[in-house]
Design a protein around this ligand. Structure first.
Ligand code: PLP
Length: 399
């Protein structure tokens, strides 16, 4: 089955039993068993997606986990309370004194904070590496995980995922990837060699900006340590957010298509505007990551980052405050367009107003792209101090 079909038909086992199209929302703290034998089997934890105790999930959780595993073309999935909880569970499950973990330098800021403030002080050797270096010489005897995010948060660099996986697997090292940007609709993580694919379902997968949820997919073997970590730490998701995410899943493919079309149109339009220095979006032919994007992704819904021409702090503030359709917020993947100033976490310590490029991150929502460009044109004109408009949006083809 194609992904579009799976998104509609997966996760409906319990719906069939309830004579409904949508799986029932099952909330419970306590699981009760029909027999002592069933109890012993469940508590032994042998069934990955089986009821044990409310914390590890109810039938609603298992429906979402099974659906996500099918969509990602793998065996299993674990739902966690947030995207960050999935990331930290994967990292922590591979960490410990004497372990060495390689982490892509441009990962989501809080991922780095977890490495710097939790893993390193407790004895894990975390080494950051850049997107354009060969990972092979960095792998050591004690390397327990390679962790990347592609494209990198804010700076949007692409990682050569198949090359990293080949080098790591050669040494028996698993690779985990924060694949939130591509979603399984545009990024077939496991087919590219990734062992554990992580999604902040908070973003595109749920798509309605009304919950936080993380999903980690992989084989039963690859996820065994992560599952044990989640069990020990109570990291699992609540059934309510799983139910809402199942609802979001049904429309994921059509939303991604629309986000993609609008993101391309707005990104290309921005490239032609005075006051815009650079658009960092690997799906544009002009982007240094274009070739890697083309070979690893089947689409791009954004978000993307824009470097404005050098301007004063006052003008930059004026640009952001002049936008009326773009909410000022640190998220993306929902129905609504968003903007935020983008100083990559790992460059923050070095940043001064004088040396920091004027970067803004945009998420292009489901509004009319013409209206969004009109809004951006007015904000750019306000910064330039002219009354000019950006003109009609040319519907752009997809690269
Ligand atoms: C790339 C990426 N990964 C993970 C997360 C964390 O997701 P959550 O907010 O659900 O913890 C975010 C949130 O912004 C993100 O941008």
């Amino acid at each position: 089955m194609n992904t579009e079909t799976l998104l509609i038909h997966a996760a409906r086992q319990t719906a069939t039993a309830a004579h409904s199209v949508s799986p029932p929302l099952v909330r419970t703290s306590t699981t009760v068993f029909a027999s002592y034998d069933a109890y012993k089997q469940a508590q032994g934890g042998l069934v990955f997606d089986g009821p044990r105790y409310g914390r590890s999930g109810t039938s609603t959780t298992f429906e979402l986990q099974r659906a996500m595993a099918r969509i990602a073309n793998t065996e299993a999935c674990i739902a966690t309370g947030s995207g960050l909880a999935a990331i930290t569970a994967v990292l922590a499950a591979h960490a410990g004194p004497g372990h060495h973990i390689l982490v892509g330098a441009g990962v989501y800021g809080p991922t780095r904070v977890f490495c710097d403030d939790v893993l390193i002080p407790s004895g894990t050797d975390v080494e950051y590496f850049a997107h354009d270096v060969d990972v092979s010489p960095l792998l050591r005897e004690n390397t327990s995980l390679v962790f990347v995010e592609t494209p990198a948060s804010l700076t949007m660099e692409m990682w050569d995922v198949p090359a990293i996986c080949a080098a790591a697997h050669d040494r028996g090292v698993p690779v985990a990837c924060d694949a939130t940007w591509g979603t399984p609709v545009f990024f077939d993580a496991h087919a590219l060699g990734i062992d554990i694919s992580i999604h902040a379902a908070t973003k595109f997968i749920n798509g309605h900006s009304d919950l936080l949820l993380g999903l980690a997919t992989g084989t039963l073997d690859a996820l065994a340590g992560v599952r044990a970590y989640c069990d020990r730490n109570g990291t699992h998701a609540a059934p309510d957010t799983c139910w809402l995410t199942l609802r979001g899943l049904r429309t994921l493919a059509v939303r991604m298509e629309r986000h993609q079309r609008s993101a391309f149109a707005v990104a290309r339009w921005l490239q032609s505007q005075s006051g815009v220095q650079r658009v960092l979006f690997p799906a544009l032919e002009t982007d240094p990551g274009y070739k890697l994007w083309q070979s690893q992704f089947s689409g791009a819904a954004g978000p993307f980052t824009v470097e404005l021409a050098p301007c004063s702090e006052e003008a930059f503030t004026h640009f952001i405050d002049s936008l009326s359709l773009f909410g000022l917020g640190t998220s993306w993947g929902g129905f609504e367009s968003l903007v935020m100033p983008a100083v990559p976490h790992h460059l923050r310590a070095l940043a001064t107003p004088a040396n920091t490029p004027r970067l803004v991150r945009f998420h292009i929502g489901l509004e009319s792209p013409q209206d969004l460009c009109d809004d951006l044109a007015a904000a750019l004109a306000a910064v330039r101090g002219d009354g000019g408009t950006g003109g009609q949006l040319q519907e752009a083809g997809i690269g």
